[in-house]
Each structure stands twice: as C-alpha cells, then as structure tokens.
Design a protein around this ligand. Structure first.
Ligand code: ATP
Length: 433
C-alpha cells in the first residue's frame, strides 16, 4: 500500500510535468531529478513561503545567496574534509553497495547473502578543479551544505546590516552529496536544495532560542497544510549529537516509506565561528555593547531540505475519492503552494465567442494571479487534469455567459460551483487568495 502510494506519486509527477528523471533520454542519471513546468512552480512556492516566514515577516533576519564553490580551507575548518564520510560496504557477489550503519549483519549481504567487504570511509563531497589545471592545489568541492557560506560571511553581514544579537541569516541554495544509498524519489538525492538559517545569539540565550525555533519551524509545515498526525518532533539523544552540538531536534514526516527527517534544528554552540576564526586568522568575535564583552556567538541552525519539504507537501495533499463512479485524484495543496491558482476553459471549443471570452478572462486574470487557459480536451478531462495538479479554481465559459456575462467558478476542495460576474472575478479571487 505504502509503496503503491509512492508509485502513484512518481507517476503523477511525470505525467503532469512536476518532476522528471534527469537526462532521461540518455537512460537517466541516478538519483538526480528535474522539476518540470508545474514542479518548478510548486518548488518556488515552497521557497517563497519559507522566505516570507523567516525573512520578510521578521526584523531579526536577513538573506544571503553565497556561491556554491568556496575556498577549500572552509571544509578543513568545518571538519567536512576529515569527517564528512559514511562507512561504505560492498557485496563481493552482487556488487551492491551499503552504508555500514544500515546493516545489522556486517558480514553477509542482506540482498543475496554474499560476502561483504570491510567497511571503509567514503567522503560524500564532490570534487572538481578550480581553473584550467588539474592539480591537487586546484581541488575545490561542491558545497555539501549551504551553512558555511553564512559563517564565512558573518563579519560582512554584521558590518553591512548593522544587526545586533540576536539575529539570523537565511539562505536557500543547491548542495551536493555523493550519497552511498540515495533513493525514495526526491527524498535522498545527490544534488538537492537546502533552506538554512544560522541564528546568532548570546550563549546564555541559546537554549531559549533553540526551543523557539523548533516550535516555529514545526508550525510552518502545519500552517502550510501538513496533517498533524503526519508530523512529529524527535529530540536527539546525547549519544547521537555531533561533538560540538548542545542539542538537536528533527522534524519528521510520516512518508509512505516511514518516518523520515524533513529538517533538523541544532544548537551548534560556538563551534563554527571559533573554527573559522582559527583557520582564517580573522577575528570573528562579536562585541556586545550591552555587556561590554567580546565573545563567539552561539548558533541555532534550522536546516531543511526544499526537495524533502516539496515531497512531503505532495504526498500529504494527494487525495483519491469516488465521484459519480469514477476515481477523482486531486492534490489538496495549500493555496500558497498550488502551482496554478486558476484555470479557464471554454465549454465548447468550436464556438469562437466562447473561446475568445475565455481567453480574455485568462489574460486579464494573469496580470494578478497564476492562471492558465486550456481548451485541448473535453471539459471533464480538463477538470481532471487541473485537479491532479492542485489548481484551486476552474472557470468555465458557457453559452449562457455570452448573455448574462457570468461564468461558472468551481472550487477544487468543495467542488461547489458558483456563477460569478465576469467583471467581479478579480475581486472574487482577490478575496479567496
Ligand atoms: P540524513 O540523515 O537524512 O542524511 P542529514 O541529517 O545528513 O540528513 P543535514 O546535514 O542535517 O541532513 O541536512 C539538512 C537537511 O538537508 C535535511 O534535513 C534534509 O532535508 C536535507 N538533505 C540532506 N541531505 C539530503 C539529500 N541527500 N537529499 C535531499 N535532501 C537532503
């Protein structure tokens, strides 16, 4: 049943232009995905909702867009060069590769019973060369997280924005990890997008802000429509924590393949700025003019995945119901996330006046809302297509419309139909959206 649901979602994503396998015409590149015409809208809406919530609606946050390539010393300071590795094990018989931590029997392959190799560390960072010469000195890495771009810009941001503690920096961007066992569609991939916050605080306030960020981030998913019973917090036990972390909680979603992490919120202590201060030789302490002290701020880090959040919104909103003896599939996405808000159809496409009226309505609504015109199928099919991608409202222009200047507007969730004056459509949707 569970995998059945994932199969349905993967197939819907391809059929309706949400998500495609990367380079599919060449047989595909494993665990890399492209967002199609509607997927890009959905993903942009997820990012926009996050940015609005953590940057625009607060006075203590600013944004950043740092480069993917960074000075290699960054990864020495952060510890990624030495310890961003998983233990990898191969089966000598079937050649399958596993993460050692996923195996209960370290000697025997769980797929074919064959003999396993010794576990050996495998660094997850992708390497490339900076400049034309392929030599060791030119090795750089595709960032495995966006966070380091924020830490190394701490002074720049502080000096230019004149923020005082507590304040935070938000960033959305691509990260890359050469995962040993990627999978579950877009859940674990080798190229993905993160939305990360680094929130700088006085060490004495760290626990308070850690707790409030856990709550705030949890509520963000609920406010965007994730069902309560499918979301939970999981506090890490002391032996799970990174050596520098004081505390960490994951926000988990009940995916068809089990409860899995959407986002982690950690109290990272003063580790990051101390490390970068030491490796760069630059002073990264903060002068607190309230206490006249200089110190390394503690950092609270809410770090989430755009692709994982998008997948959770897709799975959670997927709905099947029987309507007039047929299965109606719809995505009951939150109005801020739905890729298309309004679709306009002529009831009959061989009636030029209906087509023209419908096109005019669509082009006028397009100025304010994400709206599409469609006449490429019979009306029932047009409705079904829009339901499957979560379009909030469908407008149908019929023969009567030419006389009474009204159209039928159907609501995705209630399926209620209303006759609305063409002239009042903009106001109507303004109130609804
Ligand atoms: P996991 O334990 O699932 O590998 P992680 O704890 O290593 O995740 P972090 O390093 O805390 O993940 O990264 C922060 C967020 O970035 C995760 O909560 C997740 O949403 C996202 N993320 C991390 N790795 C991937 C990946 N390979 N594919 C997609 N999203 C990812």
């Amino acid at each position: 049943m569970a995998n059945d649901l994932m199969d349905k979602i993967v197939s819907l994503c391809k059929r309706r232009g949400l998500i495609f396998q990367s380079s599919e015409i060449y047989g595909g590149l494993g665990s890399v995905w492209d967002y199609g015409p509607l997927g890009v809208e959905l993903k942009r809406n997820v990012k926009e909702a996050w940015w609005k919530s953590v940057v625009y609606s607060r006075d203590d946050m600013v944004g950043l867009d740092a480069a993917i390539l960074m000075h290699p010393k960054t990864w020495e300071a952060s510890g990624h060069l030495t310890s961003f590795a998983d233990l990898m094990v191969d089966c000598k018989k079937c050649k399958k590769r596993f993460k050692a931590e996923d195996l209960s029997d370290k000697k025997k392959c769980k797929e074919c019973g064959g003999e396993l190799t010794e576990a050996r560390p495998f660094n997850l960072m992708f390497e490339t060369y900076h400049g034309p010469v392929k030599e060791t000195a030119a090795v750089v890495y595709l960032r495995p997280e966006t966070a380091q771009g924020i830490f190394v810009n701490f002074s720049n941001i502080l000096d230019s924005s004149r923020k005082k503690l507590p304040f935070g920096v938000a960033q959305i961007g691509k990260s890359f990890r050469n995962e040993i066992t990627p999978g579950n569609f877009t859940f674990r991939t080798r190229e993905f997008e993160q939305m990360e916050i680094e929130y700088f605080v006085n060490p004495n306030d760290a626990d308070k802000y850690y707790k409030s960020w856990v709550e705030e981030r949890f509520d963000w998913y609920l406010n965007l429509g994730i069902k309560k019973e499918n979301l939970r917090k999981r506090e890490h036990k002391k032996d799970e924590l990174a050596h520098y972390a004081k505390s960490c909680s994951d926000i988990e979603y009940n995916f068809p393949f089990g409860w899995s992490e959407l986002e982690g919120i950690a109290n990272r202590s003063d580790f990051d700025l101390k490390q970068h201060s030491q490796f760069s030789g630059k002073e990264l302490k903060y002068f607190d003019d309230k206490t006249n002290e200089k110190y390394f701020p503690y950092i609270i880090e809410p770090s989430g995945g755009v692709d994982r959040a998008t997948l959770a919104f897709l799975v959670d909103s997927y709905n099947e119901e029987e309507v007039k003896g047929e299965t109606r599939v719809s995505l009951k996405l939150h109005k801020d996330l739905a890729p298309t808000k309004i679709a306009v159809f002529p009831l009959l496409k061989n009636r030029p006046q209906l087509v023209e009226t419908a096109k005019n309505i669509a082009s006028s609504l397009k100025k304010k809302f994400v709206c599409v015109y469609d006449d490429t199928a019979a009306i029932g099919k047009l409705y079904r297509r829009q339901d499957e991608v979560g379009t909030l409202f469908c407008i149908t222009v019929d023969v009567q419309s030419l006389e009474d200047k009204k159209v039928t507007v159907r609501d995705r969730d209630t399926m209620q139909q209303e006759r609305i004056d063409i002239e009042k459509l903009e106001e109507y949707f303004h109130n609804k959206l």
